[in-house]
Design a protein around this ligand. Sequence first.
Ligand code: MEV
Length: 310
Amino acid sequence: MSIGTGIATGKIILMGEHSVVYGEPAIAFPFAGAKVQVEITANETNTLISSYYHGLLEEVPSHLKNVKDLLHRLQQDFHTGPFATSIVSTIPSERGMGSSAAVAVALTRAFFDWIKKDFTKEELMTYVNFSEKIAHGNPSGIDAAAASGTDAIYFIKGHPITSFPLTIDGYLLVADTGIKGQTREAVKSVAHLFETSKQLASQAIQRLGIETKRAKEAIIANQLEVLGESMNNAHQALQQLGVSNQQLDQLVSLALAHGAYGAKLTGGGRGGCMIALTKTKEQAENISRILLSDGARAAWIQGLGVYEHV
Ligand code: MEV
């Protein structure tokens, strides 16, 4: 019996979360440390097998509505019979790593593979954005864009995605607070801040935009210190927007106290993950040990230089 398979990676937002929703640029890249794999096969009924649920697709819990509605839409659009979908993921969910977008990318790829049909990037994005709207309300599309490609991207909402190589001599440590992030709530609370303290909110968003552009230049010019400074300024602006929390701030301070060039939260915030920039792998490993002994749940290290990706 034919099996359709699809794979996608998680993503890390280096710069620009939240401000990207308001039209400012963001930099993100696929995160090699975590991926999701989906398999689809014909079946008597629509079923879903994942670590969160095993049973009829029609009866999935409400937090999997994004998955259910996407599979129904694909089934309707392409008039297929029922099928079984299995999802295996190493991307921690609700930790700012774009787990829901990656699942949607892998599902859509697996479905097209199963029906043996080629698809364009635009078609893929249409289905992933449909699913992401259900998961997050008003997504900028950055998670979907980062999870569907292989390069770092410079992303502006509503514009064509441009990729660029990460060729900076540094390492990025990603540490998980172990607390579920709350992207939907955090995005809503920034919108609320715009209503109650417009000046504060727009200044913080503008600052994030400026720092993201500066970070891009720093990456191109291989200036680690400048990139680190931009990350620190971005974290402050995200604090002003109210999307950090005590655990993220604590891990950020600890990383800086132990020699990181810069550190900030990544993704939606209010939990989830933080990132720290170091010159060497040893520094990243050292800080990783310190953060893990101070309560971080997990940590990953990714090289940012071009040679790290080969
Ligand atoms: C979530 O990974 C990134 C946010 O900027 C939301 C979005 O862009 O849709 C917080």
